[in-house]
Write a new protein. Structure first.
Length: 374
């Protein structure tokens, strides 16, 4: 496979199935008869997958048409979406900005209108972050809600298959076809608590948008939020070392990604135990807050999305996942939706619900987008 530089996010296009909804999938999900390369030159000669990933098979069985596979940040291990080998998708709505990672192509093809929805994966914000950069909806269901059978890497305590859509109506349809129950549209939004954790101008803008919709959340805190972000980084480093270290022998993994994979070899047993302790403590904090109010609200990104030039150093933007990664650690469902712009860059709201209440987030997105001022 030769390097490509597509502007639309596709790395390979084809048509499978028939239906009224068209979708694309990140190239970490198996499609029978096609290789799963994960945007990595070390997997250029990967064997053809023998069967579809379970979520893909489910959608094809439920009147959806698969249009192709999308590019991504190499091995889904990065947040910018920049990939010189398999292609860096253009951010359709904000061309100067990064498309976000790792599910960059899946966000881009939805934002451009080329498909109705797409599938990505979210290990540390990799659906919600590119959705926020491209100004679309990005939904990470609770851990284990959607099958990861046929998804790379095979083992992960953090990763979830997630869905991108331009509007909540299509998101509802996609989730229903994936057998995730979504109740009737809400007549009113349930109470929410707001966590101020982004730059003040971002938090202020989100609160003003909510107020314009008639929503005035109570202020709340999650003391272990930053610790959860760091614990998530520890665990993904360890788990990606386990999953991808055999690829390093090829010397074909890009230098920056290879360096981050190698760093996982140095994660000690004590560090892993500490991260798991943070997981337990943070999960308890989120559960306790959600026992008082059905929804938590906070910014998706702590800063505005950077330009491609500003993100040239991958390590300089890791903290962009500071508000999304913690909910991979805890396993709670979370959704992001664009609500406004600041300085010509998108501002997105993240909502979090209790485990088992995935459908509530789709309903909340419907309610809010239906009342948001154009």
């Amino acid at each position: 496979m030769k390097p490509v530089y597509e502007s639309n996010g596709y790395v390979e296009q084809f048509t499978l199935g028939e239906g009224d909804l068209r979708f694309a999938v990140k190239d970490t999900l198996d499609i029978a008869g096609h290789p799963t390369r994960a945007g990595c030159p070390a997997l250029e000669n990967a064997p053809l997958a023998r069967q579809h990933a379970s979520v893909v098979a489910t959608l094809l069985e439920n009147h959806c048409q698969l249009t192709g596979k999308t590019t991504l940040h190499e091995l889904a291990f990065g947040v910018t979406g920049i990939n010189p080998w398999s292609g860096t998708p253009m951010n359709p709505r904000y061309p100067a900005l990064i498309p976000g990672g790792s599910s960059s192509g899946s966000a881009a093809v939805v934002a451009s209108g080329e498909v109705d929805f797409s599938l990505g994966t979210d290990t540390g914000g990799s659906v919600r972050m590119p959705a926020a950069c491209c100004g679309v909806l990005g939904f990470k269901p609770g851990y284990g809600v959607l099958s990861r059978h046929g998804v790379m890497p095979a083992q992960s305590s953090l990763d979830c298959v997630g869905v991108f859509a331009r509007n909540a109506t299509v998101l509802r349809q996609a989730m229903t076809r994936l057998s995730v129950a979504v109740g009737e549209p809400l007549s009113e939004l349930p109470p929410m608590a707001f966590i101020s954790a982004a730059l003040p101008e971002i938090d202020d803008r989100i609160l003003k948008v909510l107020a314009a919709c008639g929503v005035r959340p109570e202020q709340a805190g999650l003391p272990a939020l930053n610790d959860a972000h760091r614990a998530g980084l520890t665990l993904i480093s360890h788990e990606n070392w386990q999953a991808f270290s055999p690829l390093l022998a090829s010397n074909a993994v890009s230098a920056d990604v290879a360096a981050r994979i190698r760093a996982g070899a140095d994660i000690s047993a004590d560090a892993l135990a500490s991260a798991e302790q943070v997981r337990s403590e943070f999960t308890a904090q989120v559960d306790a807050l959600l026992a008082k109010t059905p929804l938590l609200a906070l910014a998706t990104l702590p800063e505005l999305p950077p330009t491609l030039e500003e993100a040239a150093d991958p390590l300089s933007v890791v903290n962009l996942t500071r508000l999304v990664r913690p909910f991979n650690l805890s396993g709670h469902p979370a959704i992001t939706l664009a609500v406004d712009e600041l300085h010509g860059r998108p501002v997105s709201l993240q909502l979090v619900a209790a485990k088992g209440h995935d459908g509530l987030l789709v309903q909340a997105a419907e309610w809010l987008t239906g009342r948001r001022q154009p």
